[in-house]
Design a protein around this ligand. Structure first.
Ligand SMILES: [Zn+2]
Length: 535
């Protein structure tokens, strides 16, 4: 999602997960003709290790569990109703002895009026609608799940809705089955494992616009724009005009689109955009006000690769999702519209970070327990700057080789910052521990004091560089810091210095006394510099 956020904050659960893995979900959801309550079934497929647990614990908050079915205790005993315990936060189901390494299924029948996660309410024009909004841990407010980004799974949706409603959900559209009284069931199938925080449905009266599919080799990805009928023409022609080109640019830079289709959906999300796998949700107000722009579309689209296909194992590594999305929003913008987008975009991200209240905290802030507070300028702006600086450190070809390898290797799984570091080290053919230690784990950024002196007799320019940031931030290494000297006449002269110490002095032959000395003129590094002549 983009950086603007409202709403509540829950602490991340610290309890370790048992050696049990969810391998599939099927959600059968019946949305009501009116009112805020729904009824549903969740079929949860799981695999257990040999010495795995003898019970399944699912997150589900504040609803009513009617019954649970599971395999019987013996081979002869049929799948049937089993006792369960539900305390309003977790469902516990006894599994009986494990028989073989196969998939076991547990079905939860439940109903209720969710207070979060799924919102049944009128759209901007007063028509009934239903939209889920799960980040970071609100999937559990409406679907029984192991609600943890480390446990991704494929998901199938079977959503029954009143007459006249359209339904969008994760994955490929399979079919629409008409039923009695005008109702219909829409079936979607997402075969790739996705995080629960992106498992969504959206339903209501919508206009579906099919754009040109994104094509890469023999692969073709359907691109759809779903909007309220009044907003459809605006959506097609302004924010999503280049929805296909954005996907194709990401494919060229990073690798194939990770899923079966991409729907860009007007919804009731609380976020400025929410990167649900294959069905990105945007809030309706910017459509109604006709001010939704392409920047947010590039950000959310980039999340399909980074966040959805390659998912942070732990929310403290949120920069692997948000920093990447912010960076690729700029990179894709530059690929479509030219390099000035890159410079302007990075300068904006740096400015936003420098004036944020989190500069004194490390980017990977393990001490933060409130997940929504991780939606900050460290995860977003500084995360994007880290990628840009890494690119400057290892060079373009190693950077892109590394990014593509990282996506290829970790697509469909969950990762840590250390996984990314390892792939980039391999691509660059050198140790980068120092880089990640300084930028992910030290707070702050280099604050430079740059004093210069020109010797008119020898035509020598002497420069003293000092890192003057607070001691608690530590020291930074800038492998290639550019300095630019201009005088009234002639071309500006550029020289590069490898900065690694707290204090460093350099001297160069410069024919004229500079009238201006600039540090990092291209904005390659996240830093501030005070430049002044020495008497
Ligand atoms: Zn985002």
């Amino acid at each position: 999602m983009p950086a603007i956020v409202v709403g509540g904050a829950r602490a991340q659960s610290a309890s370790p997960r048992p050696p049990l893995r969810i391998v599939s979900y099927v959600f059968r959801v019946a949305l009501p003709d009116s009112g805020g309550a729904f009824a549903a079934q969740a079929v949860v497929g799981l695999r257990r290790a040999k010495a795995g647990p003898d019970s399944l614990v699912l997150d589900l908050v504040g609803l009513t569990v009617d019954s649970v079915t599971a395999p019987g205790a013996t081979r002869a005993a049929r799948h049937g109703r089993r006792p369960f315990a539900y305390d309003g936060r977790e469902i516990r189901v006894a599994l009986g002895p494990r028989r073989g390494a196969g998939v076991e299924t547990v079905t939860v029948f439940y109903h209720g009026a969710p207070t979060d996660g799924l919102f049944l309410r009128p759209d901007a024009r007063g028509r009934p609608s239903a939209f889920a909004d799960d980040w970071p841990d609100r999937a559990r407010d409406w679907i029984p799940s192991v609600d943890d980004p480390a446990d991704k799974a494929p998901v199938r949706w079977e959503v029954s809705v009143p007459a006249g409603w359209e339904v969008v959900a994760n994955g490929r559209f399979m079919r629409r089955e008409p039923a009695a009284s005008g109702r219909a069931t829409w079936i979607y199938d997402e075969r790739r494992p996705i995080p629960t925080y992106t498992m969504v449905l959206g339903a209501g009266r919508m206009t579906i616009s099919r754009h040109r599919p994104a094509v890469l080799g023999n692969d073709s990805v359907p691109i759809e724009v779903w909007a309220e009928p009044e907003d459809s023409a605006f959506a097609d022609s302004v924010p999503f005009r280049r929805a296909t080109e954005i996907v194709e640019t990401m494919e060229r830079l990073v690798g194939p689109f990770p899923f079966e289709k991409l729907a860009q959906v007007e919804s009731s999300t609380r976020y400025g955009g929410m990167e649900n796998s294959t069905a990105i949700f945007y809030p309706e107000q910017p459509y109604v006000a006709r001010r939704l722009t392409e920047g947010v579309v590039r950000h959310e689209t980039a999340h399909q690769w980074f966040g959805d296909a390659v998912t942070e194992r732990d929310f403290h590594d949120l920069w692997l999702s948000e920093g990447f999305a912010d960076y690729f929003a700029v990179v894709v913008g530059a690929a479509l519209d030219g390099d000035s987008v890159m410079q302007r975009g990075m300068a904006g991200l740096m400015r936003g970070y420098l004036r944020s209240p989190v500069v004194g905290r490390p980017l990977v802030d393990s001490a933060e327990t409130v997940l929504t507070r991780l939606l900050n300028a460290n995860s977003y702006n500084k995360g994007a700057c880290v990628l840009h600086m890494l690119r400057r450190t290892v060079g373009d070809s190693a950077f892109w080789r590394g990014i593509r390898a990282y996506y290829r290797e970790y697509r469909d799984s969950s990762v840590t910052s250390a996984d990314f570091e390892r792939v980039m080290e391999r691509a660059a053919g050198r140790q980068l521990g120092w880089f990640f230690a300084e930028w992910l784990h030290q707070p702050g950024y280099p604050q430079l004091d740059v004093a210069w002196r020109w010797d008119s007799a020898g035509h020598r320019l002497s420069i003293d560089l000092a890192q003057v940031q607070p001691a608690a931030w530590g020291r930074f290494t800038l492998p290639a810091l550019t300095l630019e000297f201009s005088s009234g006449s002639g071309q500006a002269i550029r020289r590069t210095v490898a900065l690694s110490s707290a204090r460093q002095s350099v001297q160069w032959d410069v024919p004229q006394r500079p009238t201006d000395v600039r540090v990092d003129p291209d904005g390659d590094w996240l830093l501030t510099a005070q430049v002044h002549p020495q008497p």
